[in-house]
Ligand binder design. Structure first.
Ligand code: ZN
Length: 316
């Protein structure tokens, strides 16, 4: 794909990316060989992807592995112009040390500010999610709580108290919804989990009243076009709801989700959005600003990014 000139230089925030899903193929091969497991199977939809992701997750076992994932993500993301990222860690069932090492590695990265989302999974036991939440206590770099995994058959309501407690502890709520399940799933994530941001949320488009509410309340949708295509959530990029959501005035950003698995990077997602939305330079700058406003970044980071984006826009 040919990128518009200097799209890489456009300062961007990434607000929907899973640390384990950023693993470089060569690193994953090495980690699997070390623990003597086969490389993850191929995937074609969300269910097979969850299986593939779980296999990869099983190979990432030491705190050092988590530090390495952070380092390699930061190198790759910096090359795509990412200046701030919220990395979702699927720490459920992992020792606290993995989170601690990841946080420490992130603090050493010179070109990118990293915060973390403590991720839990719909189809895993709830008590693991509570353990995960407790592991984040006293770690200021963790700014939010996430919820991933299959939506169909795994509703959000059992996680209501967990998310309420996370809110009481000052964490933001960024559950996945409206990826492979319809608009009702987004509605339930808003009602049961008091979502501050929706990861994906593309199927909100099926319910105009819901879209109007998302617009009015400025609830961000962290959209991942290549991921949606690779997992069959959209038939083709030309059928992607990004355009309709953007035209409705929703606070949409584009993100990579699991770039190691999908072979994408953030500059490439901007190029896709540019084609789907017909963006000029000002449009790209608006998309990047959306990513900043969608984030849970410290206000000082937001201020710096807004002015860096404005400077980029002026250069055109
Ligand atoms: Zn995701």
């Amino acid at each position: 794909m040919t990128l518009p000139p200097d799209l890489v230089a456009l300062p961007k925030a990434e607000v929907h990316v899973h640390l384990e899903g950023t693993v470089r193929p060569a690193t994953l091969e090495e980690l699997c060989a070390r623990v003597g497991i086969d490389p993850p199977p191929a995937f074609h939809d969300l269910a097979s992807f969850v299986e593939s992701f779980s296999c990869a997750w099983a190979a990432m076992i030491t705190p050092g592995d988590y530090a390495r994932l952070v380092r390699e993500y930061c190198e790759d993301a910096a090359r795509a112009g990412v200046r701030y990222a919220e990395l979702e860690l699927t720490t459920t069932g992992r020792p606290y040390d993995c989170l601690a090492e990841a946080v420490e590695a992130a603090a050493r990265q010179p070109d990118i500010v990293i915060r973390f989302i403590a991720g839990t999974v719909r189809n895993l036991p709830l008590e693991l999610a509570w353990m995960m939440l407790d592991a984040t206590r006293g770690v200021p770099e963790v700014v939010g709580i996430g919820l991933g995994g299959p939506e169909e058959g795994f509703p959000p309501e059992p996680f209501r108290n967990l998310f309420a407690e996370a809110h009481r502890r000052g964490l933001h709520a960024a559950p996945h919804a409206g990826e492979d399940a319809g608009s009702a799933s987004v509605r339930r994530a808003l009602d049961a989990l008091a979502a501050d941001r929706i990861q994906h949320g593309i199927r909100a488009i099926e319910d105009p009243a819901l879209v109007a509410e998302l617009v009015r309340r400025r609830i961000p949708l962290a959209v991942c076009p290549t991921s949606n295509l690779r997992l069959g959530c959209v038939a083709s990029l030309d059928h992607h709801p990004l355009r309709a959501l953007w035209d409705a005035g929703a606070l949409v950003s584009v993100n990579t989700d699991d770039p190691g698995f999908f072979g994408c990077d953030l500059a490439g997602e901007y190029a896709i959005a540019g084609r789907l939305l017909g963006l000029d330079r000002g449009g790209y700058a608006r998309l990047a600003r959306n990513s900043v406003e969608s984030s849970f970044a410290p206000e000082t980071v937001k201020v710096d990014l807004r002015s860096a984006i404005a400077e980029w826009a002026r250069k055109g």
